[in-house]
Design a protein around this ligand. Structure first.
Ligand SMILES: *[C@@H]1O[C@H](CO)[C@@H](O)[C@H](O)[C@H]1NC(C)=O
Ligand SMILES: *[C@@H]1O[C@H](CO)[C@@H](O)[C@H](O)[C@H]1NC(C)=O
Ligand SMILES: *[C@@H]1O[C@H](CO)[C@@H](O)[C@H](O)[C@H]1NC(C)=O
Ligand SMILES: *[C@@H]1O[C@H](CO)[C@@H](O)[C@H](O)[C@H]1NC(C)=O
Ligand SMILES: *[C@@H]1O[C@H](CO)[C@@H](O)[C@H](O)[C@H]1NC(C)=O
Ligand SMILES: *[C@@H]1O[C@H](CO)[C@@H](O)[C@H](O)[C@H]1NC(C)=O
Length: 828
């Protein structure tokens, strides 16, 4: 394998500067924000929204009237002389610049020619000239396409100035500067290369064929823990390659959760692709070297890694190169689709049903069916279809897709619908009271939270102290449940549940009492926040983004994570689809401002993300898991697992096993399956890693017999009795739903009578639970807290962990599933 890294390492250790080949100097980091805002100055700015900090390559603007963010630096047109200056903060060998016009809808502003000047002190400037006159560099021809100018000879200096000479429209530009910082001769190491080099990893951007080669070589190195297959083909016929890494990669082992990392939905977002390729190499090598953590991961999870979901798009961006691929080149598929938001919109279907009060009693709160016309819909990409059938073919539990252009984890819902006013009126006033108690000005808070653009303070001239800002955003965030800390994440899990139970408002799906103009949240909000935190807080720099997000459009207080609907809502997203149509919890991880960074950045990207990727994978073991069987020990496929208080169920895999991700707490868990009596248990999730076992043995119900009798009676009167199975029967078609509702005397009287009593029972139970919790807490002061306890509240015997995983009854276990997604590596 190529040891690109080795080269840099030599430079560092010898402490003498050997200039790399001139053309090879990487960007200094305008786009990646490695260059900080206070390193940028300009002769003037046309207005506040077009400050020098907006001059970063690929900066995205917004023409929103309330919150205008310029898509470039723009100079004041009344000035006679214009310049833009970058302070590299150290002696640097400058080798070139890349310029771009302003990101704007209607305007076409860009600089068509400029001079370049250099200085060591920012007072005396040397302009590049050809011996007779200053050298005029030709700039852009449109507002979006980057244009690179390389210097004939590298220039040693600390400051660089771009001095525009002519422009189209207004004088606006975005840029990147290419250069190699000269290592400090004083001996301080060149910080960037402090990363311990790992020589078996291949830090480079891979073309499609190189990617396939690399995957093959990893498979050859670790044949018994890897398996390569294809999800399907892209529109240009490239296979969408995947690799499974697991102890037994070719089959689903009962009880073993399946996990996925995907990247390259947008072909020009190249970091995730390389991270996944690095992760393959890493897991293979570390597993072989008996690294215990790698062995636990590989043996305990079936890990699917898909580096490139849009291989055609990547090839387009790859050919243009890292600095030149602009914001959108290669973003879309060959047929012009943005895969991430090309999935069927199931949110509207579920939310419409929620608004009618039909969820979950009449309409299931999970596995929302894909609309019928989907099959013939021409606006669904080939790649999307391949991904959908893949998502359905494996019992995935947790996944994340890597994207780029921002540094944050975004969790669903991704699609936006505001909460209904009537529902939240009461809870909002409660929330308001709470804030007033704590001395917050509620109106001020609301404004700050919703509208204050992060860019504001940043562009205002660095005067506003960091601490103050942090305190501001962080505190408010905290009270709203935006807490990036581990410990708080846990306690939030508990607190959240308690509040909810007191609320008595279960079933409606509004778990956090939100103001009416807030987006609808998933019933798993606290879990999703936990998952997001687990990545963001273990990433080396992601939670540092109090310095400002890449484009200034992240809501204040979103430290390292954000609810996508609050930030940049999209309909038909992969995450929403995964949550609403399958059992898999999927998040988007935005890896950084620079979508396609220079190759020399990859080693650092790996270091920043390695721990976060491992930690995130380990979260698949959070919550409860088990097997649902009948009393003869046969697994029951497609049984429903409901957790009281969380209006989102999961189902068992064809092998009867299930996983339900949950934050620590006590949960009443119910397993239901057609033809069986349902069973409810209390399952406790502790703080230690490892899912709590919570298996079920369901007894046959006589419901089948009743149904036969009912059929004899023409399905009418008996139907109205209240039962679990009715939900399933009636949700099949809207025809039968109507019948239930309109004929529903029994239904309405039932629902009038019960809430009161239900509430009483619930309160009694909450008291009991609290008592138990207190007792346990006291106990844990002297002994260690029990973490994997399963209390059975029904007559069924408590199954020990070993029993439930079939260790004692290996023979009776069902045959292991063999999915027909096999892929022969020899085909290449
Ligand atoms: C851009 O042009 C469209 C139509 O040409 C217009 O509706 C829109 O308001 C314009 N936007 C701005 C910011 O001027
Ligand atoms: C900056 O200083 C270095 C010596 O330290 C010199 O070689 C270089 O030419 C100077 N650059 C400019 C632009 O004056
Ligand atoms: C700027 O360039 C665009 C083409 O890219 C052209 O349509 C437009 O008229 C130009 N504007 C001015 C003010 O010259
Ligand atoms: C894979 O093979 C190696 C030896 O080549 C062996 O040590 C290891 O236990 C095997 N792993 C599995 C999961 O079979
Ligand atoms: C096809 O799918 C797209 C994207 O999900 C959707 O917007 C459109 O309404 C669908 N068309 C039909 C005819 O269903
Ligand atoms: C799973 O069960 C539901 C009802 O609970 C049913 O509608 C659905 O078709 C079943 N799915 C499969 C794959 O059997």
């Amino acid at each position: 394998m190529v040891k690109i890294y080795f080269f840099f390492f030599l430079i560092v250790s010898s402490h003498s500067f050997v200039p790399p080949h001139v053309a090879e100097c990487p960007p200094l980091g305008m786009e990646s924000h490695k260059i900080e805002s206070d390193q940028l100055t300009a002769s003037s700015m046309s207005q506040y929204a077009f400050s020098p900090q907006r001059a970063r390559l690929n900066m995205q603007g917004s023409e929103d009237e309330d919150n205008m963010r310029g898509g470039a630096w723009c100079a004041n047109s009344e000035d006679r002389i214009h310049w833009f200056e970058v302070d590299a903060r150290r002696e640097t060998e400058f080798t070139g610049v890349v310029t771009q016009g302003r990101d704007a809808l209607n305007e076409s502003d860009f600089v068509t020619s400029y001079f370049l000047a250099f200085s060591n002190d920012s007072r005396e400037w040397t302009t590049i000239h050809d011996g007779y006159a200053d050298w005029l560099f030709f700039g852009n021809n449109d507002k979006d396409t980057p244009v690179m100018n390389r210097l004939a000879e590298p220039v040693l200096a600390r400051y660089i100035r771009i001095i525009p000479q002519s422009w189209n429209g207004s004088l606006c530009m975005r840029l990147e500067v290419l250069g190699c910082p000269v290592p400090d001769p004083g001996g301080a190491l060149y910080r960037q290369n402090e990363v311990t080099p790992v020589d078996y990893l291949e830090f480079k951007h891979h073309s499609y064929s190189e990617m396939v080669e690399l995957m093959k070589s990893v498979h050859e190195e670790c044949p018994n823990i890897t398996n390569i297959y294809s999800l399907g083909r892209s529109s240009k016929g490239r296979e969408i390659m995947a690799m499974i890494i697991s102890g037994n990669p070719t089959e689903h082992e009962i009880g073993e959760p399946e996990f996925r990392f995907t990247a390259g939905l947008h072909g020009n977002e190249a970091v995730g692709r390389e991270l996944i390729l690095l992760l393959m190499q890493y897991l293979c090598k570390e597993y072989k070297d008996r690294n215990p953590r790698a062995q636990r991961l590989v043996e305990g999870i079936r890990i699917h890694l898909v580096p490139s979901l849009n291989p055609d798009g990547h090839e387009t961006a790859f050919e243009v190169g890292s600095e030149m691929s602009s914001w959108t080149m290669g973003h879309f598929t060959e047929d012009g689709f943005d895969i991430f938001q090309n999935f069927p919109d199931l949110n509207s279907i579920l939310w419409d049903a929620e608004d009618k009060g039909m969820v979950p009693k009449l309409t299931p709160n999970h596995h929302v069916p894909i609309p019928e016309n989907f099959e013939f819909n021409t606006s669904i990409a080939m790649e999307t279809r391949a991904i959908i059938s893949w998502m359905k073919a494996y019992p995935f539990v947790l996944g994340a897709n890597f994207q780029g252009g921002e540094a944050i984890v975004a969790y669903p819902y991704d699609s936006l619908r505001l909460n209904k006013p009537a529902k939240s009126e009461q809870s909002r006033s409660r929330k308001k009271r709470q804030y007033e108690d704590e001395g917050f000005d509620v109106t001020e808070w609301g404004r700050g939270y919703q509208e204050e653009p992060e860019e504001d303070w940043r562009s205002r001239g660095y005067a506003e102290p960091e601490e103050e800002w942090r305190g501001h955003g962080y505190d408010h965030g905290y009270d709203h449940g935006y807490d990036p800390g581990y410990e708080h994440g846990y306690s939030q899990g508990y607190g959240h549940r308690e509040e909810e139970e007191d609320d008595g408002g279960r079933g409606a799906g509004f778990h956090y009492s939100e103001p009416e103009d807030e987006p609808r949240l998933t019933p798993d909000e606290s879990l999703f926040r936990w998952l997001a935190v687990s990545y963001a807080s273990t990433h080396l720099t992601m939670t540092h983004n109090y310095r400002g997000s890449c484009h200034g459009d992240i809501p204040a207080g979103a430290v390292g994570m954000v609810n996508r609907a609050k930030w940049k809502p999209v309909t038909g997203s992969m995450n929403d689809f995964s949550y609403l149509h399958t059992n898999c919890y999927e998040l988007s991880i935005f890896l950084g401002c620079d979508k396609f960074p220079h190759q020399s950045e990859l080693a650092q990207e790996w270091e920043k993300n390695r721990e976060a990727m491992l930690t995130f994978m380990e979260q698949v073991h959070r919550g409860i898991r088990g097997i649902v069987k009948d009393q003869q020990g046969n697994p029951i496929a497609n049984a429903t697992i409901s957790v009281e208080g969380i209006n989102h169920d999961v189902t068992t895999a064809p092998t009867g096993d299930y996983w339900r991700l949950l934050n620590p707490g006590e949960y009443r868990v119910t397993a239901k399956a057609e033809g069986f009596s349902s069973e409810t248990k209390l399952c406790v999730v502790g703080y230690e890693s490892g899912a709590t076992s919570c298996s079920f043995n369901l007894a046959k119900s006589n419901w089948d017999r009743i149904k036969q009798i009912m059929a004899l009676h023409g399905n009418k009167p008996i139907r109205l009795s209240y039962s679990n199975s009715r939900t399933q029967t009636s949700s099949r078609s809207s025809g039968s739903q109507k019948r239930v509702i309109s004929g529903g005397n029994g239904f309405s009287s039932n629902s009038n009578a019960s809430p009161q009593r239900m509430r009483m029972l619930r309160i009694a139970r909450i008291r009991r639970l609290r008592q138990q919790r207190l007792m346990r807490l006291r106990l844990s002061l002297t002994t260690t807290m029990p973490t994997t306890t399963t209390t059975t509240t029904t007559a069924a015997p408590t199954t020990s962990w070993y029993d439930s995983w079939g260790l004692g009854e290996a023979e009776s276990v069902t045959p292991v599933l063999d999915y027909n997604y096999e892929y022969k590596i020899d085909d290449y």
